[in-house]
Design a protein around this ligand. Structure first.
Ligand SMILES: Cc1cc2nc3c(=O)[nH]c(=O)nc-3n(C[C@H](O)[C@H](O)[C@H](O)COP(=O)(O)OP(=O)(O)OC[C@H]3O[C@@H](n4cnc5c(N)ncnc54)[C@H](O)[C@@H]3O)c2cc1C
Length: 328
């Protein structure tokens, strides 16, 4: 399917942007997995126009209905990959303006492909990580968040992937082209429905809870100056994953918890991300553009004040600047 704009995220930022884009007659689709941060918000009282507290889910459902009433496809789907492409596309399926050249391809967990001239990431802010000893210490020393970026360093190595959903499966399947010695750590969870079917048959799956990440003597391939079998000094690479059921040697560990968020897509596309309180969010300019032409971010995904009012405002502004770009 071809669109002028594909928006990832059906929360306040994504839906707000979609309303402006569709009214300007641009072919727009919204791909969203769930209700994002609003799922957990019991009662919203501080957003304009709410006479009485409204649950986050009810607010999200209202927004989605509003978009659908305008004819915007709001597609329940999880995006597992975004690629930059440079190919002529046959034209948008919807909207008056035609997408002549798609710059991005989006792949979903149910193996659908969407093509877009511009992409708006409105994926909210991810709050995932592994709160276990060693996790922070070994980031960049064997722990990676990006199979496409770092997988090459682990050709024919013994590695692990952490996650239980389609995003983890997508990362693992990429890594499987580089090494067959992969253990999937679900960190105490069952695999999401349908994930087992898309995994290679011969990988090991460990469902015990992860308790710690430990150093080891193995060479991970991108850790400075440490060769296979050497005694590891302080600052050496990752060596093992300790779980409630045992300890497993690994030379690299790829984190793919939950759903791929803005930071995961950014890592693969070479997009700049924030630091400190804005870690895991995308750096955008005053036009909500990232450093990658055609890729925009809004709402919690762009950091700052994590509130609905700001997300809605971001979405409206991002739409305005996307429209300006598409008109050019
Ligand atoms: C418990 C709680 C209470 C809150 N209470 C308030 C409050 O009272 N007032 C207030 O103003 N704010 C409140 N907030 C904050 C508010 O919910 C967020 O600031 C707001 O929802 C951000 O909107 P967003 O569109 O940027 O992201 P989100 O609302 O988080 O939406 C993100 C969207 O992206 C989708 N998505 C993410 N990754 C993918 C993927 N890979 N593929 C497909 N879809 C994807 C999600 O499914 C979701 O649809 C609260 C937040 C929490 C957690």
């Amino acid at each position: 399917m071809n669109y002028d704009v594909v928006i990832v995220g059906k929360g306040p930022a994504g839906i707000s942007a979609a309303l402006y884009l569709a009214r300007a007659k641009y072919g727009t689709a919204v791909l969203g997995k769930d209700f994002g941060a609003l799922t957990k918000a019991e009662g919203i009282e501080n957003f304009y126009g709410l006479e009485k507290p409204l649950s986050g889910i009810e607010l999200a459902e209202r927004g989605i209905r509003q978009a659908e009433n305008l004819g915007i496809p709001v597609i329940a789907s999880e995006v597992v990959g975004i690629e930059q492409i440079f190919s002529d596309s046959p034209g948008a399926d919807t909207g008056v303006q035609s997408a002549k050249t798609a710059r991005f391809k989006l792949l979903t967990s149910d193996k659908r492909e969407f093509f877009a001239r511009t992409v708006l990431l409105a994926t909210g802010k991810q709050r995932v990580g592994l709160p276990v000893p060693g996790f922070t210490e070994y980031q960049g020393r064997g722990i990676s968040f990006c199979a496409v970026c770092d997988g090459f360093f682990y050709r024919n190595k013994k590695i692990g992937v952490v996650g239980n959903g389609f995003y983890a499966a997508a990362e693992l399947n990429h890594l499987y082209t580089l090494t067959k010695d992969i253990t999937l750590f679900t960190n105490g969870l069952e695999l999401d429905s349908g994930v087992q079917e898309v995994l290679p048959q011969d990988i090991a799956i460990v469902k015990d809870k992860i308790q710690a990440i430990e150093g080891g003597a193995s060479h991970a391939g991108n850790a400075d100056g440490v060769q296979t079998g050497e005694t590891v000094q302080a600052g050496g690479p990752i060596g093992a994953v300790k779980t409630s059921g045992g300890t497993y040697d690994v030379q690299g560990l790829f984190i793919a918890l939950g759903t791929a968020g803005a930071a995961d897509f950014a890592a693969k596309l070479g997009v700049q991300t924030g630091s400190g309180a804005d870690a895991g969010t995308l750096i955008v300019n005053e036009r909500f553009q990232t450093n990658l032409p055609g890729l925009y971010a809004a709402g919690d995904a762009a950091g700052g004040y994590l509130q609905i009012a700001k997300a809605v405002s971001d979405g409206a502004h991002a739409a305005k600047f996307i429209i300006q770009e598409l008109r050019r």
